[in-house]
Design a protein around this ligand. Structure first.
Ligand code: FES
Ligand code: FES
Length: 169
């Protein structure tokens, strides 16, 4: 059993303490925006923010996360309109999207410390692997999100997904 705060909600996981946080989030808390890639802490697909630091959730155990505050992509905003999300869409820094939530969480952790990162700062902080190769757009997106956070630019709200259902269908 482990108690932690996830997206500002206190949660108690009745799982073994050596369960990777990734599987607790995905399988027990149904927070499936956090992805599984390598499982060895290298690709960043599973990145979440733990007490302000971006961390791979595949190598952090539930026991190690006990008492800590975890933010996942679902906790970033309720309407997909966090500045980092808006900037990723504006710069089209998304192709297949598998790496995107991890990248966004790593970018958010960086921008919380420094809203004006250089390309080198971004390269050091965002070591996530994107096999689609969005890296140049990623740099532009992170810097654009920083400008929005500094109130130097207003980003366009992300449109709602076209998933509304028609009554009776
Ligand atoms: S799945 Fe965790 S770093 Fe790759
Ligand atoms: S957008 Fe496909 S892996 Fe990054």
């Amino acid at each position: 059993m482990a108690r932690l705060t996830v997206n500002n909600q206190p949660l108690e996981f009745r799982l073994e303490p050596d369960t990777p946080l990734l599987w607790a989030l995905r399988d027990a808390a149904n927070l499936t925006g956090t992805k599984y890639g390598c499982g060895t802490g290298e690709c960043g697909a599973c990145m979440v923010i733990v007490d302000g630091q971006a961390m791979p959730s595949c190598t952090l155990s539930l026991g190690e996360a006990e008492g800590r505050s975890v933010t996942t992509i679902e906790g970033l905003s309720t309407d997909r309109n966090h500045p980092v999300q808006q900037a990723f869409v504006a710069e089209q820094a998304i192709q297949c999207g598998f790496c995107t939530s991890g990248l966004i969480m790593a970018a958010e952790a960086l921008l919380a410390r420094n809203t004006d990162p250089t390309e080198a700062d971004i390269g050091v902080a965002l070591t996530n692997i994107c096999r689609c190769g969005v890296y140049p757009r990623l740099v532009r997106a992170v810097q654009r999100a920083g400008r929005a956070m500094r109130h130097e630019e207003t980003l366009t709200p992300v449109p709602a997904p076209a998933t509304a259902t028609t009554p009776g269908l």
